[in-house]
Design a protein around this ligand. Sequence first.
Ligand code: LER
Ligand code: MN
Length: 271
Amino acid sequence: MKSAVTISLVPEARGGPFVFWDDLVAGCAHAAELGYDAVEIFPSSAETLAVVNAARLLGSHGLQCAAVGSGAGWVKHQLRLTDPDAGIRRRAVGFVREIIDAAGDLNAPVIIGSMQGRWGDGVTREQALDWLGEALSGLAEHAETRGLALLYEPLNRYETNLFNRQGEAAAFLRSLRSQNIKLLCDLFHMNLEEANLAAALRAAGPLVGHVHFADSNRQAIGWGHTDMGPILAALREIQYAGYLSAEVLPLPDSLAAARQSMESFHRWTTT
Ligand code: LER
Ligand code: MN
């Protein structure tokens, strides 16, 4: 398994669970110094990545890009793939397509988290899932032309009412024709929603494409009460070789959260 740490470049996401903020140059320098394999970037838009020349910057530190988030489409522009308004749904797809194009230079999968939206407001669950499936399939096809995967992230009940658990999301992904959409298993959301985190990971098996490495209180692993032993045993059992990416609150500050996440990564991957 490989280590990653999150960097948000989205001021509107302030208060969110990202370790480093606002400055990709400084975030990458800290990540490299602490020994991370990769960074996970949450950009404001596709252009942000081009402007800062992310590929060159990461390369200069020997860092990989673990994933690129698309949630700015929601927090910045209120775009959602399941919005009742067809124009907004189209713009949402366009926003993610551009992120996919930019992620191609970084050879990184693109996350669909908060862009999934929710059902309600006159939209039935069935209709929302049809739109979500259609959008994910089209975006996965686009990602495939660049050799990339999509990561679909089930969120907890306070953030979406589409899929909250890995098992139901896995069944939905299997029903789509795309082979390059994997699950992003966020241990914080899972702690709220799953009866048994290890069992859920085991059941998802090869569909597990990425892990957000966060404790029960969304702080760095080790600072909450999630029992990590069975989770790591399950990840080993399914031969998960992807990232454990620290998507946690910058508490007590960014550097302390990054250090603790790295210590926990070592603790749990070298035993
Ligand atoms: C949001 O709660 C989250 O976990 C992010 O990864 C979604 O983009
Ligand atoms: Mn997450």
